[in-house]
Design a protein around this ligand. Structure first.
Ligand code: FAD
Ligand code: PHB
Length: 395
């Protein structure tokens, strides 16, 4: 790695998709930044996470020249399937919206972003420990951290907090102005990756009386499946046999008959919650991505929101450096949050509609859920609304 500058325009804390893409978009508009990432490169590049890229996110990556491999190796999905009561409903994105999504692992996208960062010569400091922010609401912010035991300091104009769900940059927004909004869901997703051919060439989201299941994929011989588990479950509770049996039981017969099982190559348990921290700006600090909001993965929105936040933020910062006009910076928080809340609503709706909630066996909520799905199965307008949100609302 090259010598770390002592001064830059924007310090970006966190090198996940939000931080990496922000650095690249800024670089393309002649704004200089330094990325400070807590983890090692291998750690960041090996995390298995999201899989669905919205239509507009795909376009953003393409315009930024970051989509060559995604367009070669990703899979265009023109629809998804919803399974309910042994029936499958195909939601035809292309017919309903003229758009599609791309199934391309976040792991691959992260690699593409890091490769582009290296090519652009952007400084990415790995294993930056103890990152701390100073004078965030004054005129000359600074960021201190240590690397390989050496204490370092960078002065800058602005700081972007892109440090994910456990963000510490967020703590620099005083409690007196910060508001949080939260909904916890009383279950988890258990995810499994296996080197088997996917059961379907499109995603299947299944609502079953015993719980939710999702069939996704990474490529022709790499499948990604999820099942709903209990809130207190860990991966130890889900040996492969139990996972496959559960998944099979929750899929329509015509699908489960074709399911090819195999040993897991990765397994995770992830809690589900909706959570938003407002505002996204305090003084010279801006938050973007999971540092500011979390959505349950049911709507496939988290990564896409990280992308839309940084598109807005890069536009605002580049606008300021080009013209000296701070209007874009002042509007960033409201602009980003307006889109975030629409995705929060959609992810909440998908989660509420597709999962079994404890204690809901025969009650009012279960009837409503059934009616919601019956409506979707019978109404093209309902399907169009779902498709419009899933492929992604305009930026
Ligand atoms: P992160 O990816 O978390 O990156 C934050 C970075 O900051 C990390 O590299 C971290 O190491 C670093 N960091 C943290 N603390 C510090 C610190 N103190 N100093 C320096 N660096 C720090 N989203 C979708 O859009 N579609 C999907 O299909 C989808 N599926 C998902 C499935 C699962 C199982 C999970 C868990 C998530 C899924 N998501 C999905 C969500 C998506 O993965 C996240 O929303 C996305 O990673 C957010 O990017 P980010 O850059 O904001 O945060
Ligand atoms: C995935 O492939 O990991 C995936 C797909 C769709 C989701 C969530 C995760 O809604």
């Amino acid at each position: 790695m090259s010598e770390i500058a002592k001064k830059t325009q924007v310090v970006i804390v966190g090198g996940g998709p939000a931080g990496s893409l922000l650095a690249l978009l800024l670089h393309q508009q002649d704004v200089e930044s330094v990325i400070l990432e807590l983890r090692s490169r291998d750690h960041v590049l090996e995390r298995v996470r999201a899989g669905v890229i919205e239509y507009g996110s795909g376009a953003t990556l393409r315009e930024a020249g970051l989509a060559a491999r995604m367009d070669r190796e990703g899979f265009v999905h023109e629809g998804v399937n919803l399974a309910f009561s042994d029936r499958l409903l195909h939601i035809d994105f292309e017919r309903l919206t003229g758009k599609h999504v791309i199934v391309y692992g976040q792991t691959q996208l992260q690699r593409d972003l890091y490769d582009a960062i290296d090519r652009a010569g952007i400084t990415l400091v790995d294993e930056a420990e103890g990152v701390d922010l100073h004078d965030v609401d004054g005129g000359s912010p600074r960021v201190t951290f240590s690397q390989d035991g050496a204490e370092r300091e960078i002065t800058c104009d602005y700081i972007a907090g892109c440090d994910g769900v456990h963000s510490t940059t967020r703590d620099h927004i005083p409690d007196s102005i910060r508001q949080t909004f939260e909904r916890l869901y009383p279950f988890v997703w258990v995810g499994l990756l296996s080197e088997t051919p996917p059961v379907s060439d499109e995603l299947i989201y299944a609502n079953h009386p015993d719980g939710f299941a999702l069939c996704s994929m990474r490529n022709e011989n790499l499948s990604r499946y999820y099942v709903q588990g209990s809130a207190e479950d860990t991966t130890d509770d889900w040996p492969d046999d139990r996972f496959w049996e559960t998944l099979k039981a929750r899929l329509p017969r015509a699908v489960s008959d074709r399911l090819v099982t195999g040993p897991s190559v990765e397994k995770l348990v992830t809690p589900l919650r909706s959570w938003v921290s407002e505002p996204l700006r305090h003084g010279r600090l801006f938050l973007a991505g999971d540092a500011a909001h979390i959505v349950p993965p049911t709507g496939a929105k988290g990564l896409n929101l990280a992308i839309s936040d940084v598109v807005y933020l890069a536009e605002a910062l580049a606008g300021f450096y080009a013209t000296g006009d701070e209007t874009g910076l002042e509007e960033y928080s409201d602009r980003a949050l307006a889109r975030v809340w629409k995705a929060v609503r959609f992810s909440w709706w998908m989660t509420s509609t597709m999962h079994r909630f404890p204690g809901m066996s025969n009650d009012f909520d279960r009837r409503l859920q059934k009616t919601e799905l019956e409506y979707l199965f019978s109404s093209e307008n309902g399907q169009r609304s779902m498709a419009e949100n899933y492929v992604g609302l305009p930026l």
